[in-house]
Each structure stands twice: as structure tokens, then as C-alpha cells.
Design a protein around this ligand. Structure first.
Ligand SMILES: [Zn+2]
Length: 151
């Protein structure tokens, strides 16, 4: 199961159109997977993030209008800037506070680098490009940054 994530990584598509699903249609899991071209686990994660579903026996069904609402809200959520010490996680598509956590930062040059951090919900690793100002903000917020400056 974990092989899917590590071996072939598809480019992440964060923004799904909030108009993609037909408002009055009911989709099953395969239908949603097909519509957004995502992994079934992604759809299960959407459920954890608040996408409602109906049950038909063991099958999960999704209403088109719920899918559209979910993706519209997702867009709105993501346009908000994170609070100090928070970062957006591309793995579970939520913001996490990194305050008090230990994360590693790799400087690429004098002004920017890559922050390497694990999703606290166990969804995987994030590599976030960040400028010195972002680094300083995280450090100020209380994130425990270990950087690897060669000197
Ligand atoms: Zn996460």
C-alpha cells in the first residue's frame, strides 16, 4: 500500500475546480476517483477533512454539490495565510502548527532553502521552499529549526 506514495509520485494537484462535479449527480468512490483523477485514499482523506457522504450498504456515495462545496471551501481555506509557526501540508492538505517541533532546514544559498518536515498526522514528508524571512518567522514562532550551514 505504501509503495504507491514512495515509488511513483504524481504531481500534486491542490486545486480542484469547485464546478467539476455535476450538482445533482450522485457519485460512487470510483466515480469520484475518475472525475478528479486522484487515488481512492485521497477521497478517503477528503472524508476525514469534512466531505460528507451517503451510505448505500457498504458503498460510499457522494453528492455532486457536496464535492463542489468541499473544493470551494478548500480553495478558500488555502488562500488564508498561515498563522505564525503554521505551515500548509501538501500531504493532508491542512495547516499544521510546527511550534515546539524539530524540523530540518537545508540552506540552498544565502537567502533561501528547503524545510524538510513530516506531516504530524503521519501522511508523509513535506519539502517546503522557504526564504530567509520565512525561516526567521518560524524560528520566532518557536519552531525548533536545525539548519545545516556548512562553515
Ligand atoms: Zn499533514
Amino acid at each position: 500500500m505504501t509503495a504507491i506514495r514512495s515509488s511513483k509520485r504524481k504531481p500534486s494537484r491542490i486545486n480542484h475546480s469547485p464546478k467539476k462535479a455535476r450538482q445533482n449527480r450522485i457519485y460512487d468512490l470510483a466515480g469520484v476517483v475518475d472525475l478528479y483523477q486522484v487515488h481512492p485514499n485521497t477521497v478517503r482523506n477528503w472524508g476525514k477533512q469534512g466531505l460528507p457522504h451517503l451510505r448505500d450498504g457498504k458503498k460510499r456515495l457522494f453528492r455532486g454539490e457536496d464535492l463542489n462545496t468541499f473544493h470551494r471551501r478548500g480553495r478558500e481555506r488555502r488562500t488564508f495565510s498561515c498563522r505564525p509557526g503554521e505551515l500548509y501540508c501538501v500531504r493532508c492538505r491542512q495547516r499544521h502548527s510546527l511550534v515546539g517541533r524539530r524540523v530540518s532546514f537545508h540552506w540552498k544559498n544565502a537567502v533561501a532553502g528547503l524545510l524538510d518536515w513530516e506531516c504530524p498526522d503521519g501522511q508523509g514528508r513535506n519539502v517546503t521552499h522557504m526564504k530567509r524571512s520565512g525561516y526567521d518567522r518560524l524560528a520566532k514562532a518557536g519552531v525548533n529549526l536545525s539548519s545545516d550551514i556548512d562553515d
